[in-house]
Structures are given as C-alpha cells and as structure tokens.
Design a protein around this ligand. Sequence first.
Ligand code: CAA
Length: 400
Amino acid sequence: MKLGIEAISLYTPNKYLSLEKLAQARGVDPKKFITGIGQEKMAVPAPDEDVVTMGANAAYQAIQQVDDSSIDTVIFATESGIDQSKAASIYVHSLLGLSSSCRSFEVKQACCSSTAALYMAMSMVALKPEKRVLIIASDVARYGLETAGEPTQGGGAIAMVVSATPTIVSFDTEFGSYTEDVMDFWRPNYRDEAVVDGKYSIKIYLKALEESWKNYLKESNASFGEFDYFCYHLPFTRMAEKAHFHLGRIAESDLSREELAVQMEDSLHYNRIIGNCYTASLYIGLLSLLDTADKDLSGKRIGMFSYGSGAMASFFSATVCEGYKKALQPEQNQKMLAAREEISVEEYQKIYAHQLPVDGSEYKTAQHETGRYRLAGISDHKRIYEAVKATVPAEELVHA
Ligand code: CAA
C-alpha cells in the first residue's frame, strides 16, 4: 500500500517586511540577512490572524481537492498555539464544517511535530485505507525585537491530506530519528517570544541531522546517491545549505558543492520570502521544490530532514508521484506571494506590539486582508473566528 500526500496547500499572510529595510533600520549590513542568513522577506501576520486562521485558510484549499466526507481525523501541529487545553484543530474543524464524527487534536514537539503528525496519519490510514487524515502545520515565528533571531521570523501554514491514494508524494516507512534533551530554543508559557541560543541551535541541528542519518541508514540500507533532491527544516535558507554540505561530507559524497546545491536550491524559494514557519517550514520547502523545479520530478526520490528544537529530529524519504503536477496549484501560490503588501519597519513594529486582552474584556480586532478566515475578536476569554468574503473564488482553487 502506498501512503502519502494527496493534496497540499499553502497560506501565508498578506503583509511582509523587506529584510533589506530591517537591516538598514537595525544598522546592519543588508548582506548579512540576505546572503549570510539567506532571507529576503519575512511574512508578518496581521492582528486578526493567528495559527487557526492561517491553518484554516490553507486547509480550505486542500480539502477542495478531495472528498471531505472521508476525512476522519484532523491533526494540528504548532508551537505557537493559542490555548493550553483546546486543540486549534477544533476551531478549524468548525470553520471548515467537517463532520462531527471526525477526530480532532493538536500535537507538539517544536518544528518536528508536523512530521510526527505525518507518520501518525499514515499509521491511521494504513489501518483504514478508505479514510483520509488532514494535517495542518501552522506557526508564527516570533523572536525579540532587535535580537539576533529577529530576521529569522515569519509565519504561515501548510495543509496536507494524507491518504492511501497519494497523487503528490508517497513516503517510505523507514525513518531514522534522534532525541536529546537540550535547551537550544524554547518558549516558556509566560512568553510570546521564543528564547534561543542561536549558535548552539545550529550545532544541535547539524548533530541531529548526522545522528538521524546514521539511524536512517541502519533502518533502510539506502545510500546518499539514491536521492535526487533533499528538503530540510528551514529556520532560514542558509541553514539548509549548511546542513546539506554537512550531510554530503559525512556521507562521503563525491558531488561538487555546485551539484549538491542543485539538490536543494528549489526547496528554498518560498522560505526565502516567507521566513520561518516552524512546523510548516519543511513542507513549504517540499512544496517549493515541487512547484518551482523546471524538470518533471515524477519518480524522483527526496531525502527529508525534520528538526524540532529541544530536540527531536527525523530523516525520512519520499518519492514523487507520476503526474503530481496535476494536483498542485503553483500559479495560485505564486500569485498569493506576489500580491502581498510590503509594510514599513514602523508598521511591523506596531503590529509586533499589538496585544490581545488577557482579562477577558470584549475586543474587536481591526480588519486586515486575511484570506477566508479571521480572528474577529475576544469575548469572555473566548477567541471568536469568522469567515470573510473569499479573495480567491473556490473554482480557482480546485485544479481540473
Ligand atoms: N555579508 C555577508 N555575510 C555576512 C555578513 C555580511 N556583511 N555579516 C555576517 N555574515 C554572515 C556570517 O558570516 C554568518 O554566516 P556563517 O554562518 O556562514 O558564518 C551569517 O551571516 C550569520 O551571521 P552571524 O552568525 O553573526 O549571525 P547572528 O549570530 O547575528 O545570528 C542566527 C544568526 C544564530 C541564525 C540567529 O538569527 C538566530 O538565533 N536565529 C534563530 C535560531 C535559529 O533559527 N536556529 C536554527 C537552528 S534551530 C531550528 O532550526 C529550530 C527553529 O526553527 C528555530
């Protein structure tokens, strides 16, 4: 039985900040952000957006492509959740009008929980092959203003329908994982911003890659040369370059740096102009590769590396389905990215400073361009979501 992705959709906020302008405002050489870190723009979620609205916007598009009555589980992966108890997936389940017999829950392990959700979803579908599982990975990456992490912020969501009739990629059952108790990046409950030991987090990421790869080889008997492309967790695009050259070295690949770069450069385009989306980043990288590669990738094998600080990581593999292009909407994704509104550093800082009330008082959020769903406000400690007029008509979302 093949298990994999039958539909995949991206949503990212309509506002972005140019990292060149951020560098100028911070008195930093723009080349540091653009070349050294590898980021050009970062998405800035509006005050009436959060992981639920972004996730619902992505999921709405994904479920247009399948029979949604067969979705029996919704799994929400996030590390910028909006409630300690209630799962974000229940809000999305309601906004999308899914069946009440469909299970709905949230999972956590930093950026890696989307991959845990993927393997959980495949196990569920293996038990009931006629069913589908909707995975939503949605995050807002937020660090302190004027910190080293500031240029690696971003936000967005990916929704994937996992089934036994994949049309985009199928996944192999073998994976190699690695867990170590470290404090490289975390977010205590009382903080809105992550705490990060940046340089250490890069070291741990590379160590976790090496250990996951070794464990993957024990499971699979595969070799580096069997892979055509690689997708990495993308906190920023230079991280993937560092990772891939590192893996090439430890796997003793005889490919040149240029040949290695070709294996992952198409996976970086979207992240470079969206920024980190934590749980969604690896899968935005996968979508970027599939949407932007000018070759037909049918049958190609992709090595995938998922990293979650704290830390847990997995190396696993995917094979691109024949005719996968028919199940994608690259023009729509590129149209959404091109239509975004650039905001100034002042506007970004104003949005950054915006806080929702924490005392249960009534609050209505100002309306911004948020796609189909928005956070209307707060009432009696409850988040109130609403559907708004669609900016993209449904018929344009469904690929013929
Ligand atoms: N021109 C060109 N390049 C320049 C430059 C210039 N003028 N100035 C500096 N650079 C280069 C540096 O040489 C460096 O490149 P190398 O790594 O190849 O040496 C790069 O720009 C970055 O410079 P610094 O290392 O000095 O940058 P920094 O210390 O200010 O911050 C960072 C970089 C640590 C990544 C920081 O942005 C950060 O903490 N980010 C958040 C944490 C993070 O993303 N960690 C990644 C692993 S953890 C993870 O993956 C989970 C997750 O999602 C968070």
